[in-house]
Design a protein around this ligand. Structure first.
Ligand code: ZN
Length: 176
């Protein structure tokens, strides 16, 4: 396993829509290794999720997990979730604003309006079809990661940039 280099804002890989993963290639050793390396990278970087474009790979693949996270203290736990070719097939009309950061946008936080729940379809790493409902912070992370697969970052989703904060000032003025 390996910790991969994380692409940062300005890298064109973050702005390119990712390619769908053919179902028959899900079991390939290369893809299974990429999944393991992305999980290791997410954990090493204290991320709550990471999408393949963030390691320079144009594939519709994201991993999500929230344990005891130093970057997001107090957030509810989310078990390890690996999503291949994820689609948000339904979402609440109601949007909720909350703070987000990104491993590709160092040391910044901003308030982003997101649907409060989503219904998701995807494949898991065994090639099985998943369909599930997610709410709250989990729904937010899924939307953030699906945006990466479409070449978007959270800054694109902010209503305006007035809350965009360096982490130091976020901790000083905004974190409860
Ligand atoms: Zn991100």
């Amino acid at each position: 396993m390996a910790v991969l280099k994380v692409t940062k804002l300005g890298n064109p890989a973050l702005r390119k829509p990712s390619e769908a993963i053919p179902k028959e290639s899900i079991a390939s050793p290369e893809l299974q290794r990429l999944i393991r390396d992305m999980i290791e990278t997410m954990r090493e970087e204290d991320g709550v999720g990471i999408a393949a474009p963030q390691v320079g790979v144009s594939k519709q693949l994201a991993v999500i997990e929230v344990g005891e996270n130093r970057r997001y203290p107090g957030k509810p736990a989310i078990p390890l979730t690996v999503l291949l070719n994820p689609r948000i097939v339904a979402a609440s009309k109601k949007l909720v604003a909350d703070w987000e950061g990104c491993l590709s946008v160092n040391d910044m936080r901003g308030q982003v309006p997101r649907a409060e729940w989503v219904d998701v379809e995807a494949f898991n790493p065994k090639g099985e079809r998943l369909k599930f409902h997610a709410e709250g912070f989990f729904a937010r992370v899924i939307q953030h990661e699906c945006d990466h697969l479409a070449g978007k970052v959270f800054l694109d989703r902010m209503a305006n940039l007035a809350t965009l904060s360096h982490l130091h000032e976020f901790v000083r003025f905004w974190q409860q």
